[in-house]
Design a protein around this ligand. Structure first.
Ligand SMILES: O=C[C@H](O)COP(=O)(O)O
Length: 250
């Protein structure tokens, strides 16, 4: 069965009540490809606002989740609390949390496992820095990040893998279609060898890093690119064109 195309919008720490309400209005009105699964990740403060006003076909995603169900963990939110609030997804492993917040592979794997057991779906992000790419370590780094999740998670059916080269995030330097396809194919091979052939066939592997309405169509043509995780461009009206990129997929 073909994998359903998937587009996530990660607003990061951007937006106000006014600007996010405008985005919700735009998405509610726009004709969206019904064959594409769409998930929006606003800042935590706005999760309920978005869930309440966004049309139900679009899912809502936390940008972060903690690895415990409840307790004295000031500032954190659990998977159980998110699920209770009808937030069905969380990101884990985003490079901004790895680099800026110092999250380790092991902690990210715990958060991923906790999100899944708390009833969420997960967009798990992985990717290499520019230094690692130049040292030809891309596949080694990415599979190492994936292996940490495998230590704590058996079932990959509720995980979408986002390959996000750190050097392409927010820089305007998008990976070439060949670079993206090469890493996506390597991730699929890793899934086949380390998880199962079903996981390799069924897991969506999406690309993130300076995706825009101009480059999405070409990237979407690649055999192993099953969608996108979009940062900056998800805040703009042209995000709709990225959601609809699959319509131009041959
Ligand atoms: O989560 C999204 C990625 O970090 C990509 O961000 P960007 O589209 O602004 O480069």
């Amino acid at each position: 069965m073909p994998r359903q195309f998937f587009v996530g919008g990660n607003f990061k720490m951007n937006g106000t009540i006014k600007s996010i309400t405008d985005i919700i209005h735009n998405l509610n009105q726009a004709p969206l490809d019904p064959g594409t699964e769409v998930v929006i990740a606003p800042p935590g403060l706005f999760l309920l606002l978005v869930r309440e006003h966004l049309k139900p076909e679009i899912e809502v995603c936390a940008q972060n989740v903690f690895d415990k169900p409840n307790g004295a963990f000031t500032g954190e939110i659990s998977a159980e609390q998110l699920a209770d609030a009808k937030i069905g997804w969380s990101l884990t492993g985003h490079s901004e949390r790895r680099v800026v917040l110092g999250e380790s592979d092991s902690f990210i794997a715990s958060k991923t496992a906790a999100a899944l057991s708390g009833g969420l779906n997960v967009i798990f992000c992985c990717g290499e820095t520019l230094d690692q790419r130049e040292a030809n370590e891309t596949i080694k780094v990415v599979t190492h990040q994936l292996a940490a999740v495998k230590e704590k998670t058996k079932d990959w059916s509720k995980i979408v893998i986002a390959y996000e080269p750190v050097w392409a995030i927010g820089t305007g330097k998008v990976a070439t279609t060949e670079q993206a396809q090469e890493v996506h194919a390597a991730i699929r091979k890793w899934l086949a060898e380390e998880v199962s052939t079903a996981a390799a066939d069924e897991t969506r592997i999406i690309y993130g890093g300076s995706v825009t309405e101009k480059n999405c169509a070409e990237l979407s043509q690649q055999a192993d690119v099953d969608g996108f995780l979009v940062g900056g461009a998800s805040l703009k009206p042209a995000f709709v064109d990225i959601i609809n990129a699959r319509q131009s997929k041959a």
